[in-house]
Design a binder for this molecule. Structure first.
Ligand SMILES: [Fe+2]
Ligand SMILES: [Fe+2]
Length: 385
């Protein structure tokens, strides 16, 4: 099997990439073409590159949209931290599967560079090259490089690809300027860019800015709940001595992804039937990527607000409880958790909430999350100490 590897930052992947990849796939007679988003390439250190996980999702979404079974994506370079050299990737690929034939897809203009690549002699042994050139050029234009590299042992195949009049750089600029990218990137990629708020002018978002945005993004009911949890988290935080700002952000953002569709969860690499559980993890990702939250306590609190978690920090306990006791919640089981907090403190409220949730799920014959059972036992232990 002959697999072509198409490396790139893909920040973002656009229709031009897809057109070029399709052309190479056909012209070079590949069995498979694997997109390989770069991890942290040395030549891009001056610009903030979108986190690898998000670039990977955009590529996944884009190739999914083509429906071409010969396209795939590899996270090998993204998974590897630090700088990645082609030789390292090739060695890893060969270690995984030494019998595969690997073809590295490059622009023909890169040929002149190849003998500066790290350990290029070995690179030449481990893969062949597909050199792409645009209409208006021909393989003769690269003859000098071709002859020299062939002498050094490189195997090079030339392929003409359609010219592409878009670049990721231009797309980022267009997006920053508020233009709609949907003509230039696959639909699912445009949606992801919107969801994550990628390529926006740098403006740190404050609480007011986040509120404004969530009001637009969430249904009135969900927004009201988020505001309620924010106020309740701040109230509890004051009582137990946790700074207001942290409580407010955690409360405001805890359900930021609560209204995602299954497709949106899938884009985040989250799957499963239980949207009620997925949204906590998704909201954490959103808090990080869209709202720039870096505080690990806030992120932890959002990630475990639905189920609880053994050993969760005090902010996570506050959010867990506030989600349950905010003013909009009416009913005897919510009152029990409120009473537990007033009488015996935060941990007692955590315990009461786990018990209520478990009883409620049992009643409905629904599966009970292990985290919740374990959190109940943990809270019980802590209160008994
Ligand atoms: Fe939630
Ligand atoms: Fe909530």
């Amino acid at each position: 099997m002959r697999i072509g590897f198409f490396g790139g930052t893909f920040d973002p992947i656009h229709k031009g990439h897809i057109d070029v990849a399709s052309a190479v796939l056909n012209a070079a007679g590949l069995d498979q073409l694997t997109f390989m988003p770069t991890g942290d390439p040395p030549h891009k250190v001056h610009r903030n590159v979108t986190p690898g996980a998000l670039r990977l999702q955009m590529v996944q979404a884009a190739i999914g949209e083509t429906g071409n079974p010969k396209f795939s994506v590899s996270d090998m370079e993204i998974q590897r931290n630090g700088y990645t050299y082609t030789i390292d990737t090739l060695r890893a690929l060969h270690a995984q599967n030494p019998n595969q034939e690997y073809a590295w897809i490059i622009g023909a203009d890169v040929l002149a560079d190849l003998k500066h690549w790290k350990d290029y002699h070995q690179v030449f042994r481990l893969c062949s090259f597909i050199a792409m050139y645009r209409p208006g050029y021909s393989r003769e234009d690269f003859l000098t490089e071709y002859e020299e590299l062939t002498r050094l042992g490189a195997k090079i195949q030339f392929v003409e690809v359609p010219s592409v009049d878009i670049s990721s750089t231009e797309l980022r600029a267009a997006c920053e300027a508020g233009q709609d990218l949907s003509g230039w990137v696959p639909k699912s990629v445009a949606a992801l860019i919107g969801v994550y708020g990628l390529y926006q002018p740098d403006k740190p978002m404050d609480l007011a800015g986040i509120r404004q945005e969530l009001q637009k993004r969430l249904s009135p009911h969900r927004y009201a709940h988020s505001m309620g949890v924010m106020e309740e988290a701040v109230r509890i935080g004051r009582r137990v001595g946790v700074p207001e700002g942290k409580c407010a952000l955690a409360g405001l953002l805890h359900d930021a992804a609560r209204e995602f569709t299954p497709a949106q969860y899938a884009w985040l690499g989250l799957s499963g039937e239980n949207g009620a559980l997925l949204h906590a993890k998704a909201s954490e990702i959103l808090a990080k990527s869209r709202y720039g939250i870096e505080d690990p306590e806030i992120l932890e609190a959002i990630a475990c607000h639905t189920t609880g978690k053994v050993g969760m920090g005090i902010l996570a306990q506050i959010l867990f409880v506030a989600d349950y006791t905010e003013a909009g919640r009416e009913g005897p089981h919510f009152d029990k958790v409120r009473a537990a907090f007033e009488q015996d403190g935060l941990m007692a409220a955590v315990l009461a909430e786990c018990q209520m949730t478990i009883a409620h799920l049992e009643e409905q014959g629904k599966e009970i999350c292990r985290d919740t059972l374990e959190t109940r036992d943990w809270a019980q232990d802590r209160l008994g100490e």
